[in-house]
Design a protein around this ligand. Structure first.
Ligand code: ME8
Length: 518
């Protein structure tokens, strides 16, 4: 396998793997889009990126839904996994591998990590008696549950729990309490955002009980090595996807150099599994730990939690069809501070499309490029000496990359977009203030300089914003005559070349117009 020193340029990022017990919803789309923007940003910055996503196909939830639909769990998973993959493709999500936990390669990987945990003395057999939530696929201590007025006992996430009592293998999670606390203290970046880190630390400080990690009452799962009566607890299996995805247990696989993951992107409801169980399993198996877990918030449709019974489950395909893929991607990443919960509704989406994209970014590009087309014969002009205003806007554009890197290294996607759109706003003020349309007659040399500077700033914005809107920004870079190999962050420092004949400009960001009703 590759020596450690060769890891310098690699970047490994993952989403959670979704339960394919239903169709993908907007929460899944949000996670995929955000992770994609982070992956694309690192690729543009010259990193050798591996981006893993997929589906989590075992467990009781899948069995129950499959029974309800009169299908086998495997057929249900196969049908819906295809839909998740289609959603990723529709949303321009640039994953490198789509993993399904029903793949034989994954079973082999999970059995290997189990053996290593067992060899380390961390697995024993006993009887489990306690509460289990099928919806969360989680065990809860009695004091984490409450009985509601409807007499139903529920776990901390509000899902019903049932009593489970059966022979089970256990993982000695209790032995990892101090090691985990030491991990969180010595690597303060291990969990983000801080609110989640605090939540996890207080959970672990409260004491860890050994974890039941096998079941005998159903067989849809990965079989326990040498004891096929037992299938593994779905989370042992699911978390291991992150190493299967890069070749485990074959450490000579060419993808293994990507491990450890730079960041696991997940939703806040599954932080405990990723920041407590997963590093404990890895420590036990003697595998390096992921570097970071970052939990995003939940999306709400007009403030309400999505549910099939409320009838407000929004289909990501419909959103893409109605507003456009890049528009939807931009909206969610700009509107919702990454790490916090967010709301969305039609009016908010339209407002962002029309203000930020059509008016601010689109018009700036369109107005400057059509002036070059109509008044300068479509040739990018040679600038004269830069004025203080020119220098100021160029300096703000030039500073964008470093600020963006800092924001994106901490998954502050919204801050990155704020930085880029601050340049958009300033470029608009510059353009309005310099009024190049009036300079054609009075000072043609100055007009050329202003149009050159504007084109340069638009170029930098378009390069940066490719990570959120790959298709639209690609078209804008076409309009600016930028070659395919000059669209990454290395090329951002080289100024746009005067004298290039530009193609006829095309509008990239149309306004959203309400469809006509009769
Ligand atoms: O949890 N808003 O799968 P899942 C934002 N299989 N994010 C949301 C959301 C919402 N309304 N609803 C769900 C699982 N998510 C496990 C993961 S990983 C080894 C196994 C997020 O299909 C959720 O937080 O229930 C999770 O990160 C992802 O969607 C998949 O959720």
């Amino acid at each position: 396998s590759a020596p450690a020193a060769d890891r310098g340029n690699v970047y490994y990022i993952t989403t959670a793997i979704a339960y394919p017990n239903g169709q993908p919803h907007i929460g899944h789309a949000y996670e995929a889009i955000a992770t994609d923007a982070l992956a694309r940003f690192q690729r543009l910055d010259g990193k050798d990126v591996f981006f893993l996503t997929g589906t989590d196909e075992h467990g009781q939830k899948m069995i129950q839904t499959a029974q309800g639909e009169g299908m086998t769990p495997f057929d249900l998973a196969t049908r819906n996994a295809a839909r998740f993959k289609e959603m990723d493709e529709r949303l321009n999500v640039s994953f490198d591998r789509f993993i399904r936990t029903s793949e034989p390669a994954h079973h082999k990987s999970v059995q290997e990590i189990w053996r290593r945990m067992q060899d380390n003395g961390d697995i024993y057999i006993d009887t489990y008696a306690g509460w289990y939530s099928v919806r969360d696929e989680a065990y809860y201590a009695e004091d984490e549950t409450t009985v509601g007025e409807d007499n139903v006992r529920r776990g901390p996430q509000g899902t019903p729990v049932e009593w489970v009592e059966e022979k089970s293998y256990f993982f000695k999670l209790s032995a990892y309490q101090d090691k985990l606390l030491h991990l969180y203290e010595s690597q303060p970046d291990f969990i983000g955002p801080d609110s989640r880190r605090n939540e996890v630390m207080s959970f672990v400080r409260g004491g860890l009980k050994d974890l039941s990690i096998s079941r005998t009452t159903f067989d849809w799962g990965v079989k326990v090595p040498n004891d096929p009566e037992h299938v593994m607890y779905v989370w042992v299996d699911a978390l291991t996807n992150y190493i299967t995805g890069v070749g485990y247990p074959d450490e000579s696989d060419k993808h293994w150099r990507y491990w450890p993951a730079d960041v696991h992107i997940i939703g806040k409801d599954i932080i405990r599994f990723h920041a407590v169980y997963w590093p404990a399993f890895l420590m036990s198996a003697g595998i390096p730990l992921q570097k970071r877990v970052y939990a995003h918030g939940f999306l709400f449709n007009r403030g309400e939690k999505m549910s099939k019974s409320v009838g407000n489950v929004v289909d990501p395909f419909n959103l893409a069809n109605q507003y456009g893929v890049d528009q939807v991607r931009y909206f969610f990443l700009r509107e919702v501070p990454f790490g916090q919960d967010g709301n969305y509704n039609h009016e908010a989406i339209v407002a962002r499309i029309n203000a930020d994209l059509a008016n601010d970014f689109g018009n700036l590009a369109q107005r400057s490029l059509s002036m070059i087309a109509k008044q300068l014969g479509g040739v990018l002009p040679e600038p004269g000496e830069f004025s203080d205003n020119d220098k100021a806007i160029l300096a703000q554009a030039d500073a964008m990359l470093e600020t963006s890197r800092t924001a994106m290294a901490a998954q502050q996607i919204h801050q990155w977009l704020n930085t880029v759109w601050a340049v958009v706003a300033e470029a608009n003020r510059y353009f309005a203030g310099e009024a190049p349309w009036a300079l054609a007659k009075t000072d043609p040399a100055r007009q050329k300089t202003v149009l050159y500077v504007t084109a340069e700033v638009v170029r930098q914005i378009a390069i940066m914003a490719q990570a959120v809107m790959p298709e639209s920004c690609g078209k804008m870079l076409d309009s600016l005559g930028i070659a395919a190999d000059a669209r990454n962050f290395t090329a951002i420092a080289e100024r746009i070349r005067p004298g290039t004949t530009l193609p006829a400009p095309v509008g990239v960001f149309p306004r959203y117009v309400e469809p006509k009703t009769e």
